[in-house]
Design a protein around this ligand. Sequence first.
Ligand code: SF4
Length: 319
Amino acid sequence: MKLNLLTREDLGNPETYVTVSPSQMAMWYRCRYAWKLSKIDGVGQENYRESGAANKGLIFHAFMDWLHKHCIGRPISRLSPSGQMKALEHVQLTYGADADFYKVFTIFLAYVDWAAENEEGVPIASEIEAFANTGLVTRDGRKIFLHGFIDLLMDVFGKLILIDHKSHTNQPWTKSRLFYDHQFMFYWLLLELQGVQVDGAYVNAVNLFIPADEKKFDMRLVGIGSKNIRPRFERIPLGPHEVNLQFYLDEFLRNIKQMWCDEAVYPMRLSSDCQYCTFRDHIELDATGNESASIATLKVRHNTKDFELIDDTDELEAS
Ligand code: SF4
């Protein structure tokens, strides 16, 4: 199955286009002013490491990427002891010092066994960087592309299936929850907008809950001893007839037009949860009534070694 997807090289000179990723959309939905500070004014954001459940999700994701890159073109099978060591050593380079690393590794090994029993498809590509032309142009004449990293594409009996890995620790993924997950719909659209017909999608969800009491830790089940015992690994299949992609596309384009094309209007959120926003110190500066001086000050404060201009990727987005 050959896919001819747009690559960054195909887009040409980086000064002639802008890209919009799911993490950028998420920032826009949280606060339009934060998006403007980051994308228009170039104020750096805090470069923080995820913690807790989101961090476990990143570790699991890294194992999954290793697995699928090693199974391109062949069915997933159980790992030999040397395969297990290779996966461990690979992900250890980034996450070896994490307290939950070995438990997530244990869950990963259980996942591989689960996939070897249940997975009918053959991986085609993993962590695929993809772009799609929106047909929109910014106020200053640059083309606008959607941009993201798709977890996995599989060939399942000749059908192209989009796979999204999802992790959680206490809120199981369900079909109805996916309708609120713009990231998932975004990936599907990234392919369809390039003329790639997606025959369906699987959301492979893993519960990464690890109980404090080691005796209660089970690789394949969670909720031991309670009434809510569930499998750790669950698959949610979705057919094209179950998702109204046109609805999501229309909404994305409407928001992207407001970001980049229409009159520049970026209201502040100004709520009590602003205290968690990387840019929170702009409020006291802006309240003095001098926005341009405020932005200049923010740039000096933020564009240092502790902060960085976040690249337009969603690579580190917790799933
Ligand atoms: S501090 Fe509040 S208003 Fe300012 S960018 Fe952050 S969320 Fe938006």
